[in-house]
Ligand binder design. Structure first.
Ligand code: ADP
Ligand code: MG
Length: 336
């Protein structure tokens, strides 16, 4: 039996969203999927945090990727933006352009998407579904996914890129570069052992958004950003918006066991310039270092201090011995 547009929406998106409604841990949601708009009622004294990220087949993911992992990742990269603002996720919308309606693909995609939504006790409140075609109006177009997440944050408490102060420590959650290490294998840049590849591939295909850490850092971190385009490029956004510089120990950047077995030059390429990690970079004053450590411990998130904010605008990289490291790693730019 072929799927109609509305049959598809109902079966794979509206019905699971309705089932999840009661599990959603917030009563902000007044009306979900099915009408012309969804209705949200933010709590008094709170602001809504809203962010959109798109995933395009061939650009952000390989056509061969498992659809349930894609469902996970499409939502995870959006939740990561809420995490970087210290916002608590409430709900999300999903825009989809698909070349065809394949039941097994939709089943898996929906399952991966709703599994992560369930973990964060949020649900899908609406979206749009269309067919993806080339400009000739006949040939199949790529899969395009666009999710908008909506979160809430106490008024004035959102973590921004602009608050870093001279003397603040610079911290990173989790570990950096594994997604880039996996991508290199897909691109035939290098070859990893089967076990190593399996581990880093999971980091690339199923990233963990650091939502609990982001919320716990409210009132402690002076700035934050999530690492989507690479450590150096994303840290640079904080420096630019905060009008400060940073001194970073490249050897202090947190690395997985798998990463530590790689050559130093490959470690640097992956940790400094690798995208798709979805860890948080944040800054916090030295006086709050203990509370920052406690917040990280409470949320079960490893964090590492990798350097500090300095006056000026330079991003100074050095090694363990204090020797300057010259880098020319570009951060990811879609139009470069
Ligand atoms: P409209 O014509 O007003 O754009 P649609 O017919 O596109 O509405 O959608 C009908 C309902 O289904 C709306 O409530 C919309 O939010 C929802 N919807 C459509 N596509 C999706 C999707 N991919 N995920 C969740 N809800 C969707
Ligand atoms: Mg519509």
């Amino acid at each position: 039996m072929s799927l109609t547009e509305f049959g598809l929406i109902e079966k794979y998106f509206a019905a699971p969203a309705a089932r999840q409604l009661s599990a959603a841990a917030n009563n902000a949601l007044k009306l979900g999927v099915g009408d012309d708009c969804a209705l949200l009622s933010p709590r008094a004294g709170h602001e809504l945090a809203i962010s959109t990220d798109m995933l395009i087949e061939g650009r952000h993911f390989l056509s061969s990727v498992d659809a349930s992992l894609l469902g996970h990742k499409a939502l995870a990269v959006n939740l990561s933006d809420l995490a970087a603002c210290g916002a608590k996720p409430l709900a999300f919308t999903l825009g989809m352009a698909l070349p065809e309606a394949k039941a097994d693909w939709l089943e898996k995609f929906s399952q991966g998407l709703f599994a992560l939504a369930n973990e964060h006790r949020i649900t899908l409140i609406g979206g749009d579904t269309t067919k993806s075609v080339q400009p000739d109006r006949v040939s199949a177009g790529p899969i395009c996914l666009s999710i908008t997440v909506i979160g809430e944050v106490p008024a004035g408490a959102a973590l921004l890129r602009s608050g870093a102060q001279v003397g603040d420590g610079v911290y990173v959650s989790g570990s950096l570069g594994d997604a880039r290490l996996a991508l290199g294998q897909f691109l035939n840049e290098w070859h990893l052992s089967e076990a190593s590849f399996a581990q880093v591939r999971k980091r690339m295909e199923q990233p963990t958004p650091r939502v609990a850490l982001g919320e716990a850092l409210r009132g402690l971190a002076t700035s934050a950003i999530d690492v989507s385009d690479g450590f150096l490029g994303d840290l640079r956004h904080i420096l630019t918006r905060s009008q400060v510089g940073a001194k970073i120990n490249a050897e202090a950047l947190p690395r997985s066991e798998v990463m530590r077995r790689e050559s130093l030059s490959r470690q640097r390429l992956c940790t400094l310039a690798g995208g798709d990690d979805y860890e948080l970079i944040f800054t916090a004053p030295a006086a709050k270092a203990d509370r920052v450590a406690a917040a990280a411990a409470k949320t079960g998130t490893p964090i590492t201090r990798v350097g500090e904010i300095i006056a000026g605008t330079a991003l100074v990289l050095h090694d363990e011995a204090g020797q300057l490291i010259e880098t020319a790693f570009p951060s990811f730019d879609h139009f470069a």
